[in-house]
Write a protein that binds this ligand. Sequence first.
Ligand SMILES: NC(=O)C1=CN([C@@H]2O[C@H](COP(=O)(O)OP(=O)(O)OC[C@H]3O[C@@H](n4cnc5c(N)ncnc54)[C@H](O)[C@@H]3O)[C@@H](O)[C@H]2O)C=CC1
Ligand SMILES: O=C(O)[C@H]1O[C@H](OP(=O)(O)OP(=O)(O)OC[C@H]2O[C@@H](n3ccc(=O)[nH]c3=O)[C@H](O)[C@@H]2O)[C@H](O)[C@@H](O)[C@@H]1O
Length: 439
Amino acid sequence: MKIAVAGTGYVGLVTGVCLASKGHKVTCVDVDENKVKKMQRGESPIYEPGLPELMKESMENLIFTTDYKSAYQDADVIFIGVGTPEKYDGSANLTYVFQVAKQIAQTAEKHCVVVLKSTVPIGTNDKIESYIHNKQVNDVKIYVASNPEFLSQGTAVHDTLHASRIVIGVTEEYPADVLKQVYENFDAPKLVVERRSAEMIKYASNDFLALKISYINEIANLCETVGADIEEVTAGMGFDERIGHRFLKSGIGYGGSCFPKDTKALNWFANFNDNELRTIKAAIEVNENQKFKLVKKAKKYYNDFLFLNVAILGCTFKPGTDDLREAPSLVNIPILMEDGAYIRVWDPVGQENFKKCFPEKIQYCSCIEDAIAGADLCLILTEWGEVKEFDIKKYEELMKHPIVLDGRNCYNLSDFANTRITYDSIGRRTVNPDLYIEK
Ligand SMILES: NC(=O)C1=CN([C@@H]2O[C@H](COP(=O)(O)OP(=O)(O)OC[C@H]3O[C@@H](n4cnc5c(N)ncnc54)[C@H](O)[C@@H]3O)[C@@H](O)[C@H]2O)C=CC1
Ligand SMILES: O=C(O)[C@H]1O[C@H](OP(=O)(O)OP(=O)(O)OC[C@H]2O[C@@H](n3ccc(=O)[nH]c3=O)[C@H](O)[C@@H]2O)[C@H](O)[C@@H](O)[C@@H]1O
């Protein structure tokens, strides 16, 4: 089957490469010429484990281009995987999706199925269908189907090849049959539903996970106040299969390109339709406050941050990605810098992207030891494996004031027994709380 994919970000490129690996002929289109040139050389423009290897293996089935006409004119299926970022009012920006729809309407020369993979508000597929039908120049049948994506960054290839489910949202049988053929060799449950249900499944899933995280973060904050330990609490809760262990990790809030925008978008959309999502509103509010937990904690140890050396371990929104979108580092580091702190950052893959946002005044370090050397304070913002495996004693040896504020609960409290390290994490008691408090 001849397939085109619009957009080569985390969703578009991973989808294109995985489909090519299953034998489909895939043309990936992007407006970004530099990205396209890179991909034409067989290089992945994004950091995603396993992607460069699969891309190389599948190159004979892949074409990368900025020339959308050549891709869309004779495609059987056209996936749309462009961004749907947040607008100022919290609603989803559908500009890029409609741009692609217009390009398809102007170029499609044969019957085809347009598949919306981007996360879009309920009813968008209907609008795209009408838009294409109004604007199309050739007398061909263009179907529109919803096929939301559930991959997570860092495990995107695995999540696509072994999807938890493939949701196919349609209003008629033909596009469902075509999509079943496209995914014939994918071992995953396939669920054919109404198009609007498919759109809702995506938002409801993401927002439920965001809600779960905000819930556990509130419980963690209460644990901290009343002397319970959130790690013990979640271990105990997770054994109940109805709750489960996953997405119960407390920390400094959820980031990334989706949970923050998808909670706000559904909330906006509900209001627009005269409904109120009180639970989602609460999840958003809890997350906003949670992001600043470590800076608030730091104020217990220092009256101000002027001339303090602060080590930052991790700047991406989670491990396994170089993506900084909505990462807590983006809001916490500027606060520390504005208050006069000297910042040293270590991150195994996110540093280059971070440098583009903050080219000056930050020291970038090639190892954890270098970042914490001489530091008055260390903030752990991302739970990279290297941080979790770091020899705890070295904090005490290398830091000037070994105060470690851990926003991702990377260590056991017992690791700090017999040390003079102040270890303050989320939802647990502080180890050695009084050693370095400024009077
Ligand atoms: N990042 C993720 O983990 C997931 C994202 N999603 C959803 O998928 C969509 C895409 O997200 P990402 O892949 O993260 O976006 P992204 O921002 O990484 O990539 C979007 C790409 O589309 C390109 N583009 C823009 N206009 C175009 C056009 N007219 N023609 C061709 N290419 C064009 C951009 O240059 C960019 O390379 C969003 O709706 C998102 O909510 C869904 C599941 C997972
Ligand atoms: O629509 C999307 O874009 C995707 O959004 C998330 O995937 P992703 O953003 O890549 O990352 P997650 O692993 O879900 O983590 C998101 C944020 O939540 C935080 N998180 C996650 C889990 C947890 O228990 N606690 C927690 O604080 C992470 O640190 C991270 O900042 C969903 O997990 C995917 O299913 C979905 O397809």
